[in-house]
Write a protein that binds this ligand. Structure first.
Ligand SMILES: [Zn+2]
Length: 341
């Protein structure tokens, strides 16, 4: 079988499911830790690689929160955002919808207007200097309850930064029913934002139905358990509601027991619009290119098949039509040229 890695590495890509703090690579965390010497996070990138090896999910949360604790000032926010875009540019990611949880920052005392200014400043610089177009999804940390939902909706609607395109819901699903968040999604949707909750990652297909009917989801974060319900798969396929699939993340969090049992094949077979994403890449020891390699192997794809997956993400994105057409044409041009070599 041909080694698809060089093709994937150079392929122009769009990413729709990737978290802001969860994208902090050892290099970025080391830089942030050096700014805050009182934190217990190592400042040496090599030591950080070990620091990012998780013993279990609880340990993952602990490490994640220690990184959250390094984001203390608007300058930290700007540095994190711009450096995440730099890591994306290295992978030829042209467009990303970055899931930002502003509640974690404003609750920690970062001024809300300064927070918005920091992400917007990084966004404009990343587009100009790195050629990476960033957009935001503001998500509710579900475990923090309705107070966090209220705050996130207020920040999204009242302070809406220019790059904000969607409204999401993350955190654990077990014990956090989706329907309770309906009023907040209603407000965000009324303000023109798209609905993209996580659903069906660690719970069954009913959670995906709830996301669709109660939160009016236009895409589903993960949606792994959708394959347990043929009616749901048919509904997703018919309405072109994309699933944001993150294969390595599903293994790391044990949402899927074994990579070879990942339900992505069933999703594709049912005609669902499947997109490939990295979720919290450095924390799961992956990046978007690796996720495409995994997907290509699971689906038995060649270069054209991989390029088609990349175009799914462009189609399912909230970029304007001209921007979508430009990236799709870039993918086609690259693929044609590659195959003609
Ligand atoms: Zn996620």
């Amino acid at each position: 079988m041909t080694d698809l890695r060089p093709f994937i590495a150079g392929l122009p890509k769009a990413e729709l499911h990737v978290h802001h703090v969860g994208s902090a690579s050892p290099r970025i965390v080391a830089e942030l830790a050096a700014r805050h010497p009182d934190s217990k996070v190592p400042t040496d990138p090599e030591a950080l690689v070990d620091y990012f090896v998780f013993t279990d999910f609880a340990h993952f949360i602990e490490v994640y929160l220690s990184v959250v604790d390094l984001i203390r000032t608007p300058e930290d926010v700007r540095l994190l955002t711009y450096e995440v875009a730099r890591d994306m540019a290295r992978q030829n990611i042209r467009y990303a919808e970055l899931t930002v949880t502003p509640y974690s920052s404003t609750r920690r005392g970062i001024d809300e207007k300064a927070f918005m200014a920091a992400i917007e400043d990084a966004r404009l610089a990343a587009e100009k200097e790195l050629g990476v177009i960033l957009r935001w999804c503001f998500d509710i940390p579900g475990e923090a309850g309705l107070e966090a939902a209220e705050e996130t909706a207020r920040l999204a609607v009242d302070l809406r930064p220019e790059g904000l395109v969607s409204f999401g819901l993350g955190g654990p699903e077990i014990g956090v029913p989706r329907p309770q968040f309906k009023p907040y999604f209603d407000r965000a949707i009324a303000a023109g934002l798209h609905s993209v909750p996580h659903a069906g990652e660690t719970t069954g297909p009913q959670t995906v139905w709830d996301a669709l009917t109660e939160l009016r989801a236009e895409r589903i974060g993960h949606g792994t358990s959708s394959v347990q319900d043929p009616k749901l798969l048919a509904h997703l396929a018919e309405h072109r509601i994309a699933l944001e699939v993150c294969p390595t993340s599903n293994i790391a969090t044990r949402a899927v027991a074994d990579i070879d049992e990942h339900p992505i094949k069933e999703m594709v077979r049912a005609g669902v619009l499947v997109t490939i994403n990295s979720d919290d890449p450095p924390m799961f020891g992956t990046d978007l290119n690796t996720e495409y390699e995994v997907a290509a192997r699971l689906l038995g794809l060649d270069e054209r098949g991989v390029a088609a997956l990349a175009k799914n993400a462009v189609e399912a994105s909230f970029l304007d039509p001209a921007g979508k057409a430009r990236i799709a044409a870039e993918i086609d041009g690259y693929t044609t040229e590659w195959l003609a070599r």
